[in-house]
Design a protein around this ligand. Sequence first.
Ligand code: ADP
Ligand code: MG
Length: 371
Amino acid sequence: MAQRVAQSDGGNKKATRVRVAVRLRPYMSKPDEKDEGPCVRGLDSQNLEIVNWRNATETVKYHFDAFHGEQTTQQEVFLSSVKPILPHILKGQNASVFAYGPTGAGKTHTMMGSSEQPGVIPRAVREVFNLVKTEDEGWDYSIGMSYLEIYNEKVLDLLSPNSQDLPIREDRDRNILIPGLTHMTISSFSEFDKHFVPASLNRTTASTKLNQRSSRSHAVLLIKVVRTQRILPHRQQTGKLYLVDLAGSEDNRRTGNQGIRLKESGAINLSLFTLSKVVDSLNSGTAVRVPYRDSKLTRLLQDSLGGSAHSVMITNIAPEYKYYFDTFSALNFAAKSKLIVNKPFTRETMAVPTLPVKRGRDDHDAQGSGT
Ligand code: ADP
Ligand code: MG
């Protein structure tokens, strides 16, 4: 702990807030489906609205740190939501980026992307190498990677496919570590890519009614930057960056899951539900206990989510009506997760009629409505 660089505003409540961005993917209608149009739309760079399910002539409005509309490019998402936090990991601080949302809403597109449209992960890793190159104040840098998935509350090493469930430990300095997890030193982006691409294929996937290649696990990429002072006393600082493609947030009571799938669903929901409680208690700024220990995902992220860490949650949503209720609950999670449990539709009495012309006035802040 002593070798950690203290954040200038380390004692400030603001330091623990998780930045919440929402990304709406483009409408994808199939020729054989009747085209109902989108049920959600952006208003500006921070606000969006969704049709009120009780009264389709009304909408519910939400306010976020950032809203990325369907035209937003991968580059824009990276520049506005991820790039700003990266310099901190070269200074011994921790950071995390999550993609949250229902299956089919664009989490993997956002995090991994494609070779034509690379996502947050390849862009962030490239940027870390760039930052290290330009940094030269008498420190040597070493960059390493680990890659794991949390599946059924088990921690599995994606760089060592046949490994068993790994334990999560905490050292005396309260750093979270996983003994036995593969850690590879990487000296360039192409070296990273060489390990990352085949390992991603090891990710456990199974189909559900909603999506043939629905991902049932949380994929967690860790990029670790260790910097060592060239001269005595050779101080050393470690910064960790977690890049997380979460399992689908859809309500499994409606996806027809049975048996083993249902058990998986329960476990997936435990991690996601605990994540929502953690984000909520961090953002509420009250002194309640943050329930990191209640799931594998949040236990792993304990030293990189909240505290002096820098965190961004990118909630991915889809515009089609068939996603309506999952979109609604994803937005409520993003706005203030506790509303999901207690008062899912608190906002309905404050909803305003949809007007033919978009107007900025009358915007209500969903985050402020929880009492
Ligand atoms: P998830 O990982 O949340 O299940 P995917 O990332 O697999 O969702 O996205 C579902 C489909 O939508 C994919 O075919 C993906 O390429 C496409 N898609 C998602 N987001 C976008 C976007 N912003 N622009 C274009 N296509 C997108
Ligand atoms: Mg996916």
